[in-house]
Design a protein. Sequence first.
Length: 201
Amino acid sequence: MDVRQTDELFPGYCRDILQVRSKAGGFVPLDLNRAQMRLWRRELVSTRRRKLRLKSRQMGITTKYLAQALQRCQLLDGYTVGIAAFKGTDATNVYENLSEMYHNQREDWKKRARLISDNKDGLAWKNGSRIHMFSQGGKEPARGYTLQMLHCTEYGKWVNPGETLAAMLPAVVPNGDIIIESTAGGFNDYETIVLDTIGTL
């Protein structure tokens, strides 16, 4: 199985395997909403490895990428993901959501790739796959790592984001996925990136 094949299975994986916290309380299957499905369809036919996502709040875009990271790590041996957040507390919150998503999935899927480590630094499986948590204020984030996927969340809030991102990009393999997503809050080079991108459409 390869990345393309896991991506084709993604909606079913979310619906049948994962559960997320409901706003009404308790846990419900992760049945992708309209925005998440639209994004999945677009990315499935795209060859672009760098993904810039300007998002609205409460649309589940971060959740979509966390679920994708979990799926790839469970199905692909030796797959490594880096998730970078604004600061340590944000990285902890993202980790807690990720860990909760994993532990509330179907029991038989936990046995597909046995979890050997689960802490605020990330998750690791016996099949060699890992998810590493970084904060953009950390010293030399991602140095010494080799990543197949880098997910930068709430990039618009980052301080000195261009410098931090430039330090992290060499860790990503040439055909790896780079996701930069954020709401419109903040005013850094994310604004410039988005405006430049719009200008090329």
